[in-house]
Design a binder for this molecule. Sequence first.
Ligand SMILES: [Zn+2]
Length: 346
Amino acid sequence: MIKRKNYYEILGVTPDSSTAEIKAAYRKLARKYHPDVNPDSAERFKDITEAYEILSNNSQRNKYDTLNGFFKSEKTTTSSQKAEEEYRPKNNNSQTQHNFKNKNLNSKNKSYNKNFSSKFSEIFKDFKKNSSKHEKLKPVNGENVYADVSITLSEAVNGTSRTINIMHTSHCPLCKGRKFINGAKCSVCSGKGEVSDYKKITVKIPKNIKDGAKLRLQGEGNQGKFGGKNGDLYINVKIKNNSKIKYDGLNILYNIPITPYEAALGGNISVPTFEGNVSIKLPAYTNSGQKFRLAGQGLVQNGKIGDLIVTVHIEIPCSLSDDEVKLYEKLRKLSQNNIRENLFNE
Ligand SMILES: [Zn+2]
């Protein structure tokens, strides 16, 4: 004899409970143990649903009560022998059941599961329909995703684009984020409801971007569930260090080397800037540390524009040719000023 489950106990009701009470108990338990809410409770949810299925159907419930000795006080009992025969599936009387067990237990289980599963899925559908108001199936917005992008200064000024690989979570293509399919863990996502994968995204970085600027790419974050919005992707732009260039608000501070003869003689020097090369006119007798302001060549932000401030310093090239050395030697002989003469007198 198969040991039957106590459906009343499973639903937390009594044999005297009305169909409405049973239904209410089922709804309450289903919300609590639904696999979407509690992935570990799939078995329990199955039992709850099975109990509800039997107890909410008057004729099934009568047969179940009769077979298991549950009686309401006013209920007329029928012959328990007759009821048992009716209740059992046709091929499940004591004789065939015996054969079944020996020969084909698996097939029996399969047919039971199939039968159960189709009933289960009807109730499941019904539950889904009704539970669309409940919190679990409310739209869930996807999370924001953050990424760093490192660019050179010239890219910061001229604008660029980067293709980045973002770990991106989206709802499972099979279960659509519901984690379970007909009560069984989804095979694609193993019941997680989501899948993570790298996704290539090309980010356009606008010109004149500042170090630490954040770009927001709407909807490129993790995918929302149940109609929720996708998260956003935030790109944190980092400008690689450049010892020659610093920022001061919208102004760009630029340190450039000049040769001794440029410093002495002056003249036009060509300086690479963000808008291409610009020419700076150095006066004769330019000294290290002198600053030149190029108006309107700085960063642009909110309609304001900064300046490019160039500071020059005299630098000797790393290597000098023999001819250059000879010329410097000649210069030393010719030079009549001692530029350190007045150090103590000033
Ligand atoms: Zn899935």
